[in-house]
Write a protein that binds this ligand. Structure first.
Ligand code: KIV
Length: 271
């Protein structure tokens, strides 16, 4: 029974098989135990404990302020809610770019202190030494190219990346380098769909898109965006599956009204 349960767990190997079989990979972010439990039980393939926690959990404008300790807190909570899916944890800004020893130290802290299964980091050639070092220690690494939010102050805006030939050529080269360095998968964020198609078809590892079109091997969205918790963020690539902001508002207003009118608690709701 235990072996059967183990066999149903998603691993990096499962994802590779899914790409080879043409089965699309589903990935969503989560940052806490309760949502991770729901999302995992619903059958997701990958939960990303994204550094978007900096935005949607902590209310920062960018992903830059979140710390390694804070990511570890979120990731450990998520892992406690998960039975089946693969849990990938973002290495936050400033914990892997400086040198590869620091990168390895950060990745090891995540693996030891959270129970997560892999790490994700942003960038191509610039971070290759860190990628190689982390993988050589046995930690699976997911790459992230295109719009890389940790570099927002270099880009200046959150618009579509790699529309120009030079940037597209660098992205293709970086994707290949990350695959050769041993990354098990790659996220492509907010790039033209045809460029993402070319990358997904040229790589043997799974390519997961966000705002990168349907030719990718899988899709990822930020949970707060797709559930309609975060109502201000309305990029073209986002599909809303729920109006949780509206539903929660109605429920809270109903509760307030029930308390004020003393219709809650009723006779059956007291001792
Ligand atoms: O932090 C995050 O949520 C991400 C996704 C947007 C891919 O990196």
């Amino acid at each position: 029974m235990a072996a059967e349960k183990e066999a149903r767990k998603i691993t990096t190997h499962t994802l590779q098989k899914m790409k080879e079989a043409g089965e699309k990979i589903s990935m969503l972010t989560a940052y806490d135990f309760s949502f991770a439990k729901i999302i995992d039980a619903a059958g997701i393939d990958i939960i990303l404990v994204g550094d978007s926690a900096s935005n949607v959990m902590a209310g920062h404008e960018t992903t830059l302020p979140i710390t390694l300790d804070q990511m570890i807190y979120h990731a450990a909570s998520v892992v406690r809610g998960v039975q089946r899916c693969l849990v990938v944890v973002d290495l936050p800004f400033g914990t892997y770019q400086g040198n590869s020893r620091e990168a390895l130290h950060s990745a090891i802290r995540i693996m030891k202190e959270t129970g997560g299964h892999a790490v994700k980091l942003e960038g191509g050639e610039e971070v290759l030494e860190s990628v190689r070092r982390i993988i050589s220690a046995g930690v699976p690494v997911m790459g992230h190219l295109g719009l890389t939010p940790q570099s927002i102050y270099k880009f200046g805006t959150y618009t579509v990346r790699a529309r120009e030939e030079a940037e597209a050529a660098k992205l293709k080269q970086d994707a290949l380098l990350l695959q050769e360095a041993g990354c098990f998968a790659l996220v492509l964020e907010k790039i033209p769909a045809l460029l993402a198609k070319e990358v997904a078809e040229s790589l043997s590892i799974p390519v997961i898109g966000i705002g990168a079109g349907h030719h990718c091997d899988g899709q990822v969205l930020v949970m707060h965006d797709m559930l309609g918790i975060n109502t201000e963020f309305r990029p073209r690539f986002l599909r809303r599956y729920l109006d949780l902001f509206g539903s929660v508002t109605s429920a809270v207003q109903q509760y307030i009204s029930d308390v004020k009118s003393v219709s809650f608690p009723g006779d059956q709701e007291q001792y």
